[in-house]
Unconditional design. Structure first.
Ligand code: NAD
Length: 354
């Protein structure tokens, strides 16, 4: 049996692919465009494993996607491929619209054509799992209850608007055409192989390079943090036992204000890789807030825990420590994914923010 993963050279996708191959004999066909966020370096641990095949293509390419479905006959599609960074969506929303909306639309169309040609026994077990985000629900105040699956969609950034649109298409393809879909909305992931533009790897790598640790606004924006291995477990659980057409919120029960999270990273780094003098916390620098910055996200994960028996294993403290250890041991990966263009983009980002 084979599953088709999109975006499996990115952060969560590569962790999912690596985990999958340690736990299953099924093959993975990995469709990835290898944008700045995707890297062959993230797949090095499975180099030479003939159960994995990377196909470099765009999810918007109808011919490439439909040929691939016909050739490999996957029993499931797990859809991660996306433009995923909010700051970049403020600079260039068009690419988010193309990949996240047009790309998902194209995958759904191709998957439906493929699904309709399957014999009934294969059609009965086919699944299309769409990986989405809690950001589609908008922003919470400090005392509002966490997002549940019945919350209204209120996306505030071009990124979350594009993910919200893709979620609606997935829902429509189930309700209108009977495609057996599942959707997950998860909170902020962290862990190995996350591109160092996102908060946790940015703070770790900047600290080790003795660069400023930029924090937007007053640092009191709150996020729920989910270790990527917990997320991968949840996805396998939803794929195996989720009810068709349903959405599952996936959260780590780890709400933290950004400033508290960054201080916790500094404390762990001080222990694991002490600075020549002082604490890494001295590098913390407050910068001008991101436009439209959502104040708080929080996930009510009672549906997936009670119905599917999943629960997160990592606390932020254990997960952060393991993540720092991974970055300390994998400087080669970091060198492979970093480019001059990325460094220039980061520099410009935080100069503008000052
Ligand atoms: P990422 O940016 O690290 O990786 C995205 C991957 O998609 C890359 O490998 C990239 O090359 C590939 N890709 C981009 N455009 C493509 C295209 N047009 N065709 C084919 N491949 C393309 O993203 P991530 O952080 O791993 O997120 C994966 C999914 O999870 C996304 O859908 C994202 O919205 C969702 N999500 C992420 C988080 C998080 O905290 N990282 C939280 C909630 C939801």
């Amino acid at each position: 049996m084979t599953i088709l993963v999109t975006g499996g050279a990115g952060f969560i996708g590569s962790n999912f692919v690596l985990d999958w191959l340690t736990q299953s004999d099924e093959r993975i066909v990995n469709l990835d465009k290898l944008t700045y966020a995707g890297s062959r370096a993230s797949l090095l641990p499975i180099d030479g494993d003939d159960r994995h095949q990377l196909i470099v293509a765009d999810i918007c390419d109808e011919r490439a996607v439909s040929d691939l479905l016909v050739e490999h006959r996957p029993r499931a599609v797990v859809h991660f491929a996306a433009e995923s960074h909010v700051d970049r969506s403020l600079d260039d929303p068009g690419v988010f619209l193309r990949t996240n909306i047009d790309g998902t639309f194209n995958l759904l169309r191709c998957a439906l054509t493929f699904f309709r040609q399957l014999p009934s026994n294969e059609a009965a077990s086919f699944r299309f799992l769409h990986v989405s985000t809690d950001e589609v629900y908008g922003s919470l105040s400090a005392d509002e209850p966490a997002f549940s699956e019945s919350n209204a969609y209120r996306p505030n950034s071009p990124y979350s608007a594009s993910k919200a649109a893709s979620d609606h298409f997935v829902r429509a393809w189930h309700h209108s055409f009977g495609l057996p879909t599942l959707t997950t909305q998860c909170s902020n992931n962290y862990g190995p192989r996350q591109f160092p533009e996102k908060l946790i790897p940015l703070v770790i790598t900047n600290a080790l390079a003795e660069k400023p640790l930029p924090i937007y606004g007053d640092g009191r924006n709150v996020r729920d943090w989910l270790h990527v291995s917990d997320h991968c477990d949840a996805l396998r659980c939803v794929l195996a036992s989720g009810t068709l057409g349903e959405t599952y919120n996936v959260g780590g029960n780890n709400e933290r204000a950004n400033i508290d999270l960054v201080r916790a990273i500094c404390t762990a780094l001080d222990e694991l890789q002490p600075r020549a003098a002082g604490s890494y916390a001295e590098l913390i620098t407050f910068v001008k807030d991101r436009p439209g910055h959502d104040r708080r996200y929080a996930i009510d994960n009672r549906k997936i825990t009670s119905q599917l028996g999943w629960s997160p294993r990592h606390t932020v403290e254990s997960g952060i420590r393991a993540t720092i250890e991974w970055y300390l041991a994998n400087s080669q990966w970091l060198n492979a994914v970093r480019s001059e263009a990325h460094e220039a983009w980061l520099d410009q980002q935080y100069r503008e923010g000052e």
